[in-house]
Design a protein around this ligand. Structure first.
Ligand SMILES: Nc1ncnc2c1ncn2[C@@H]1O[C@H](COP(=O)(O)OP(=O)(O)O)[C@@H](O)[C@H]1O
Ligand SMILES: O=C(O)C1=C[C@@H](OP(=O)(O)O)[C@@H](O)[C@H](O)C1
Ligand SMILES: [Mg+2]
Length: 167
């Protein structure tokens, strides 16, 4: 039995991919918050944003995060905006150990380009969008993190190994 582990970080830093592989390596439950929200709502994140707006998505996200207080022995991949609300940042700490997957802009762009599933990155100038959003969120990721892992240029397997060593 392990404490919950929550992966935080910017869109495309690898939270969903690394979380799934880490859960296999540790033989524990895997929870991807976005996947669970989509499943509960029976619609995609894009549909939620387009129909009901980002504020509504943030309410669903907080509601789901609260439900995780009852979970244990899980690897939890969050959505990149989970740190935006102070209340969420407190919840993250209450739910488990928080690992920040820190990625630079180049790594992020490589991972999200051509992907149409992230409504906040559907801009013509997505390089500037990512740079500005990263800058405004960086402090929130840092203040929420128990552990910081640099992911840029590393393979998923290498990141998983690094986390396993640190735990
Ligand atoms: N370290 C990595 N090396 C190569 N590709 C990666 C790495 N991390 C993630 N990816 C790829 O980048 C894309 C976005 O990753 P994802 O796990 O969905 O990020 P997040 O959940 O943080 O938004 C996926 O196609 C994934 O396979
Ligand atoms: O950073 C954000 O605000 C978001 C990140 C997304 O998750 P990923 O970080 O897994 O892409 C998803 O929750 C939604 O599109 C909003
Ligand atoms: Mg994800």
């Amino acid at each position: 039995m392990i404490d919950n582990i929550l992966l935080i970080g910017f869109m495309g830093s690898g939270k969903s991919t690394v979380g799934k592989e880490l859960s296999k390596a540790l033989d524990c439950k895997f929870i991807d918050m976005d996947y669970e929200i989509e499943h509960k709502e029976n619609r995609s994140i894009c549909d939620i944003f387009n129909t009901d707006g980002e504020d509504h998505f943030r309410k669903l996200e907080t509601h789901y995060l609260q439900s995780l207080l009852k979970t244990d022995n899980a690897i939890i991949s969050t959505g990149g905006g989970v740190v935006l609300k102070e209340g969420n940042r407190k919840l993250l700490k209450a739910i488990g150990k928080v690992i920040f997957l820190h990625a630079d802009v180049e790594h992020i762009v490589k991972n999200v380009k051509d992907d149409t599933t992230r409504p906040l990155l559907q801009s013509d100038d997505y390089m500037k969008t990512i740079t500005d959003m990263l800058e405004s969120r960086e402090d929130k990721y840092l203040s929420s993190a128990d552990i910081i892992i640099q992911t840029s240029g590393k393979s998923v397997a290498c990141i998983v190994d690094e986390i396993m060593t640190l735990l």
